[in-house]
Write a protein that binds this ligand. Structure first.
Ligand code: DGL
Length: 264
């Protein structure tokens, strides 16, 4: 069986790259719902429905564990998936998100003021404030939506992405840590690091592989089901030239293809 990685587009490929570098022997299926991107400005109902459809598809493709490498889908859909969907439809499958592992890293060391840059849907859900508050109740959490950053990245417009990142960085100047709470943002983390020299930037591509490895070691009932042939399949629901370009920069050897799950 496979490790599945899901995102609304290509951002999750950055996390997949980290997984494969850390644990190359497993079999992976990446699925990006690029047809419905950006999730960040959709309603909660739409995000839940797209994410459930993706889960059904990935489970049908033999995923034993799925990482929702999308903060927006994690914020809106993960709880429902874990509490309602999996028990009735796929009790043997595990679905994990990106928020809790990120909170564990960001709250370590007793940071007092923690910034979160995210999509509008993630910021609106206040999931980071809620989860950081459980670990570090004294922390002051500043969640800010950065609309426009994901579309600029997906459109390959890095000059625009830099401008947006620099403008929003101003709001986080007094923070100890800044969580890049969207899996597209690691692609522009250097802009945030350049603009916020005294702030620790928490980037999910740097933490998720270690967290998954640790999880699998603690859960042999899942780890023992995983294929170890090192086969990688990357799929998106809508393929365009930019998707192919980003994927080929990250994984020159692996083609990305459109999958049959792309209808509405
Ligand atoms: N990659 C998604 C996230 O982590 C956001 C992209 C989108 O808006 O679809 O939140």
């Amino acid at each position: 069986m496979k490790i599945g990685v899901f995102d609304s587009g290509l951002g999750g490929l950055v996390i997949t790259k980290a997984f494969i570098e850390e644990m190359p022997n497993y079999d992976y299926l990446y699925y990006g719902d690029s047809r419905h991107l950006p999730y960040g400005d959709k309603t909660s109902g739409q995000i839940l429905s797209y994410t459930l459809k993706a889960m059904r598809y990935m489970i049908s493709q033999d995923c034993k564990i799925i990482i929702i490498a999308c903060n927006t889908a994690t914020s809106i859909a993960l709880r429902y998936i874990q509490q309602r969907f999996l028990p009735s439809e796929a009790p043997d499958v595990k679905v994990l998100g990106v928020v809790i592992p990120t909170v564990e890293v960001a709250a370590a060391g007793g940071a007092r003021r923690i910034g979160v840059a995210a999509t509008a849907a993630t910021a609106r859900s206040h999931i980071y404030r809620e989860e950081l508050g459980k670990v570090n109740p004294a922390a002051d959490v500043l969640e800010i939506a950065v609309p426009g950053l994901v579309p600029a990245i997906e459109a390959d417009d890095f000059a625009k992405a830099e401008k947006i990142a620099r403008e929003c960085a101003v709001s986080f100047a007094g923070c100890d840590n800044l969580i890049l709470g969207c899996t597209h943002y690691p692609l522009v983390k250097h802009f945030f690091r350049a603009a916020l020299r005294g702030v620790k930037i928490v980037s999910q591509d740097e933490l998720m592989a270690g967290k998954l490895k640790d999880y699998l070691q603690r859960h042999p009932e899942i780890q023992n089901c995983l294929g170890t042939g090192g086969s990688y399949r990357f799929e998106v629901s809508s393929l365009n030239r930019h998707a192919q370009k980003v994927a080929s920069l990250l994984f020159p050897e692996i083609p990305i293809c459109r999958c049959g799950n792309s209808g509405d």
